[in-house]
Write a protein that binds this ligand. Structure first.
Ligand code: IVH
Length: 669
């Protein structure tokens, strides 16, 4: 094929593939097999790869996502993304209707729509092409998630037909269908990962993933319900949305025009029941004035339009039987009771388990074995046990009593005064506690060991290769490679990362130890006040509580931690491996003026030094550490995880960026 033919073939394939996407994802009516679709996609990918001059960011091949990591840039909304005022009864809807009738004398109609319970998005189209997708954010500005949105096949990248305004925004809801949600959670449960509480959280979380190829695999969907722009085709909301459907958007089939309030109530009643058969979550109905001129006349309050209101469905409730109670032991040794329930459908998902939180809740419910329980689920929450149907309790039912021993290691449980939870005190011998602590030790904000996850820690522990965090540093490549799903490369990556972690600053090491109540902030305070693990170990109660933010509870927990010889042993092992147990002392002596006259802002987290240490280094070399960005800032000293808005500001002001290594080189440390 010559270049011209290639160009034509590419255009044909793109057009065909988008057409099939539309038929499959929007109309639910595919006309070719998945295999044929894949063959065409593969041909297009190959042609594009071989002829990069014909690449196009809106080609169907761009929907597969990429694994490039990036932070999101914040973008201001052209029109703020407002919320709706809520109502919970027919009476409140009638009040809304009265308010409008007071403001206008012209007859009007409403459009009733489903209120989809996902995460909202605003798409901008220019000349029929998707140019930007922004999350709601704070309503004024949100995150630019265009690359992730492109992976959603039911969203048109290029519009159909040609009678759309040259520029407009369309708003809608990104949703994760119940079926996909359950699949993802089953997978997460298998992997021992935390479950998503509901499809909405899962959709919002997915949209914020940095890796768009994972987003592509999550099968998100989207419904659109609001068109904004200067040259909309009609002057009614309903007709505009019908038109948007022709352009390729997925618009709900369940919209209805109503002139009388009675018709509205019929719609509310119908959908309170029928929504249970929908593939996606809904949490109410939205009532909108149909006429755009009337909408304009009614206007907005500070937070929401006067021409629309949401009616929220009541939380769904079912009754189901308590089968048994599992007791789960967490990293801190706290024991959480979880009820196993007879599986029951509730708000679109199957409920089999629900947390009972602690023994006080069990007492409060006066829970008996075999009880029939009321389980409720609103939009926001995971299933909640709200009561017992006493009328169904058998007369010989026995009371549920909290287990006296740890289910994992059989140590008698203890309960401290004033605390709701029972604890297993065997923290150095109880497997879930040990594994949990190692997982905490390697986590990103602690030692940040790349390539080691929960699953590998489990394997290593079960095969007796590790028993505490210090053992990680004794691992050898030959021990790692034979593990399931491990290869030479992954093993090398883990070992390198372990080696690199010997540079992790003391404050993060202190956090990594997992001392109860010593979180990131407390660890920072402790490290900068005391300077070394030995000083903390020797500190008295009085010394500890004299440090800001450290009170009685934390001080006692620290004393208790260092009283345990097993902990001292781990610390000594880690120390002998080269882990940092002292803050790096930046002596004020050897002053230089390498940074004289420079204002440097520090942002993010760093591998080799704490922020306090970096600040001291800047000052030692004659520079000034500043806390806010302006055009007079000389450098950004950038670590990992800098917020997108800060980054944007730095880019806008053209401020040069230094990595930690570049900075250290600059000052010759
Ligand atoms: S209209 C200016 N219609 O509900 C009002 N919103 O509390 C624009 N939502 O942020 C919103 N379904 O995420 C509208 N059919 C629907 C909706 C809907 C769900 C969400 C949306 C919005 C929130 C308002």
């Amino acid at each position: 094929m010559d270049k011209n033919q290639i160009k034509k073939r590419i255009a044909t394939l793109r057009h065909e593939l988008e057409e099939h996407n539309y038929r499959y994802y929007v109309l639910n009516a595919p006309v070719i097999s998945d295999f044929d679709f894949d063959m065409r996609m593969r041909e297009l990918m190959q042609l594009e790869a071989e002829n990069p001059e014909f690449s196009d960011s809106n080609s169907p091949t761009q929907r597969v996502g990429s694994d490039i990591n990036r932070e999101f840039v914040q973008v201001a909304h052209k029109y703020p993304m407002l919320s709706l005022s809520n109502s919970y009864s027919e009476g409140e809807v009638a009040d809304f209707d009265q308010r409008i009738r007071k403001l206008t004398s012209t007859p009007f109609e409403y459009v009733c729509e489903l209120k989809y319970d996902g995460t909202s998005i605003s798409l901008t189209y220019e000349q029929g092409r998707l140019v930007r997708a922004v999350t709601r954010g704070d309503g004024e500005k949100g995150d630019d998630v265009t690359e992730n949105i492109k992976t959603i096949r039911s969203i048109p990248l290029v519009l159909r037909g040609n009678n759309y305004p040259p520029e407009f925004e369309i708003r809608g809801e990104i949703l994760l269908p119940f079926s996909v949600f359950e699949e993802i959670n089953q997978q997460r449960e298998k992997n021992g990962e935390a479950l998503f509480a509901n499809p909405r959280n899962a959709a919002a979380g997915t949209l914020k993933l940095q890796n768009s190829s994972i987003v592509a695999s999550r099968k998100l969907d989207a419904y659109f319900y609001f068109l904004l722009g200067d040259n909309l085709p009609y002057d009614t909301h309903y007709d505009n949305l019908q038109k948007a459907r022709e352009w390729g958007f997925k618009i709900s089939e369940h919209m209805q025009k109503c002139t009388k309030l009675e018709e509205v109530f019929v719609f509310l009643k119908k959908w309170d029941i029928d929504r249970k058969n929908l593939p996606v979550a809904t949490d109410g109905v939205v009532l909108k004035v149909n006429s755009l001129p009337l909408q304009q006349e009614l206007g907005f309050t500070a937070k929401s339009p006067r021409w629309a209101i949401a009616y929220k469905f009541k939380a769904e409730r079912v009754v189901t039987r308590l089968i048994s109670i599992d007791y789960q032991v967490g990293r801190t040794g706290a024991v959480t009771p979880v009820a196993n329930l007879e599986p029951v459908q509730l708000a679109g998902t199957t409920v089999k388990r629900a947390s009972l939180h602690n023994s006080d809740i069990i007492q409060g419910l006066d829970l008996h074995n075999n009880d029939m329980l009321y389980v409720e689920k609103g939009g926001e929450i995971i299933p909640k046990i709200i009561g017992v149907d006493f009328s169904q309790r058998q007369s010989d039912a026995t009371k549920v009593t909290f287990i006296p021993e740890c289910p994992e290691c059989k140590t008698p449980l203890v309960r401290s005064e004033g605390e709701a939870a029972y604890y297993c005190p065997n923290d150095t011998g109880c497997p879930p506690q040990i594994k949990g602590r190692i997982e905490h030790f390697i986590s990103r904000k602690a030692m940040n060991i790349d390539g080691l996850g929960e699953e590998t820690v489990d394997l290593l522990f079960d095969q007796r290769l590790i028993h505490d965090a210090a053992d990680l540093y004794k691992l050898e490549k030959e021990q790692l490679v034979p593990l399931e799903r491990m290869g030479e490369k992954s093993a090398e990556r883990i070992l390198k990362s372990l080696d690199d972690s010997k540079n992790v600053p003391f404050e993060r090491v202190l956090f990594a130890l997992g001392i109860r109540f010593v979180g990131e902030t407390v660890a920072k305070k402790l490290a900068s006040a005391m300077g070394s693990i030995d000083a903390i170990r020797e500190a008295s109660y009085e010394t500890l509580i004299s440090i800001g933010e450290i009170g009685d509870k934390i001080a006692n927990s620290i004393l208790e931690y260092f009283n345990n010889p097993a902990h001292i042993e781990i610390i000594e092992h880690l120390r002998s491996q080269g882990i940092q147990f002292e803050s790096v002392k930046i002596s004020s002596e050897s002053q230089s003026d390498k940074l004289k006259g420079l204002s440097i802002i520090i942002s993010g987290t760093f591998a080799k030094h704490s922020r306090d240490e970096l600040k001291a280094l800047i000052e030692k070399h004659g520079g000034k550490n500043v806390s806010s960005i302006s055009k007079n800032t000389s450098y950004l000293l950038a670590g990992e995880n800098i917020g997108p808005s800060k980054m944007q500001k730095v880019v806008d002001l053209n401020i040069p960026i230094l990595s930690e290594d570049e900075f250290l080189k600059l000052i010759g440390e």
